[in-house]
Design a protein around this ligand. Structure first.
Ligand SMILES: Cc1ncc(COP(=O)(O)O)c(C=O)c1O
Length: 438
């Protein structure tokens, strides 16, 4: 059977994909183990993007596989509305155990998008619970990505993700992004310039009246918009302004959580604490979909002060799904056994040197990195935005290395088990690809 012909007519409407282009020349992955995928025709591909920023422990890790296999045979599903199962409570405890102090409560979702919307709803409900119901505004940031549901889309700041979907949620405003190529190009780690970009929050607050603002949501390091590392002092200043105005600060740690920056969570890496933070992806190593919102104890307690009854009218059929919890526990065990939540710190310099070796390569206008996250930004080809990065991505894939492209940026986030030689191979492949792209 000719697979290409089948695929062209396939019923699968692929997400975030140029369907017609892809189906004419599909790239199919059929198997995975450790740092590698294998294509349907048997070619080995080094995974430079941890699946989709999620497979932090590498692929098909035995403890995770076994935990899921055992759980699916024992109890496939059980509800968490007015019922419970021990593994959901156990996983929540385990998560709280690795979270920063005082993040003692965990609300389960099934994805990063659901986590963003859940966090925004908790923020609004919390403000009302403490007698500040006039705080209905939510503030996001340009170039932010908080998934595709209505709340996350509204606070998100990538124009293509918003423009055809109408006004979405009312009462949303955005602060300026932190990208500043003129002053910060080729920064290693946190850029020097731009702490003052946080002051755009003061301006937005002054314009709208800060007493109407419920929450601000940002990614500590913006991922999907091309790995934008916060300038030194920026997150600290954002925190100060939020505290001053009684606004909740939400960190979206869907990418930065679970060791990506050399600490379990970005808040620990930066020493800046939010009031709530969202996770997904690395929480289960991508094995079973799951997300969560971590909530500070004081926020949770304010809900528990209400008269007895359902404290939060929110939840998903699959919140705390047994298979996801099993995968999550297997994942945390694997992270702990192998020290993966902090391994990024010991590899950061190697990764940094390797990615910055592309400074001076053809088309490269910026290289940036933090932890095991990095990006190479290319000069757009005139009249064809994104074409160069797409072609470089294809060339890398042909050379057996999977990287991510977004706009004119190539992004890198290998599994945290990556070895030095594999890091070098990723960036050698990118260097070769750039020589071949016009
Ligand atoms: C920071 C951030 N938030 C939210 C999401 C959405 O997650 P999901 O695709 O699991 O809904 C993503 C996905 O890449 C993300 O990077």
């Amino acid at each position: 059977m000719n697979k290409r012909v089948d695929l062209q007519a396939s019923a699968f409407w692929m997400p975030y994909t140029a369907n017609r282009q892809f189906k004419k020349a599909p790239r199919l992955l059929a198997r995975a183990e450790g740092m590698y995928y294998w294509t349907a025709d048997g070619r080995q591909v080094l995974d430079g993007q941890a699946g989709l920023w999620c497979v932090n422990a590498g692929h098909c890790r035995p403890k995770i596989v076994q935990a899921v296999q055992k759980q699916v045979a024992e109890m496939d599903f059980a509800p968490t509305f007015n019922m419970g199962h021990p593994i959901a409570f156990e996983f929540a405890e385990r998560l709280a155990g690795i979270a920063p102090d005082r993040f003692t409560r965990v609300f389960f979702t099934n994805s990063g998008s659901e986590s963003a919307d859940t966090a925004l709803k908790i923020a609004l409900a919390y403000q009302r619970a403490r007698g500040e119901g006039q705080r209905f505004r939510l503030i996001g940031r340009e170039r932010g990505y908080h998934g595709v549901n209505f709340g996350g889309m509204a606070v998100g700041g990538i124009p293509a993700n918003r423009k055809v979907f109408g006004p979405g949620v009312a009462g949303v405003a955005h602060i300026r992004h932190t990208h500043d190529l003129q002053r910060n190009a080729f920064s290693r780690g946190q850029p020097q310039h731009g702490a003052e970009f946080a002051d755009t929050l003061e301006q937005v607050c002054a314009f709208h009246d800060p007493s109407t603002v419920a929450a601000v949501i940002v990614e500590p390091v913006a991922g999907s918009a091309g790995v934008l590392v916060p300038p030194k002092g920026y997150l600290e200043r954002l925190r100060e302004i939020c505290t001053k105005h009684g606004i909740l600060l939400i960190f979206d740690e869907v990418i930065t959580g679970f060791g990506r920056l050399g600490q379990p969570f970005a808040s620990q890496r930066f020493g800046v604490m939010p009031d709530l933070f969202t996770v997904a992806k690395g929480m289960t190593n991508g094995t079973v979909p799951m997300g969560a919102v971590f909530v500070k104890d004081s926020i949770y307690e304010s809900f528990m002060d209400a008269p007895e009854g359902i404290e939060l009218f929110h939840g998903y059929t699959y919140s705390g799904h047994p298979l996801a919890c099993a995968a999550g526990i297997g994942t945390l065990d694997t992270y702990a056994d192998e020290g993966l939540l902090t391994r990024g710190a010991s590899l950061e310099k190697t990764f940094e040197d390797a990615i910055h070796s592309l400074k001076g390569a053809r088309h490269v206008i910026d290289v940036r990195n933090l932890g095991l996250m990095g990006a190479v930004e290319l000069e757009p080809r005139p009249g064809q935005p994104g074409a160069r990065a797409y072609e470089a991505f294809l060339k890398c894939f042909e050379a057996g290395v999977l990287v991510r492209y977004t706009g004119d940026t190539l992004a890198f986030s290998p599994p945290l088990i990556v070895e030095k030689a594999q890091i070098e191979r990723i960036f050698d492949a990118v260097g070769d690809a750039l020589k071949a792209v016009h």
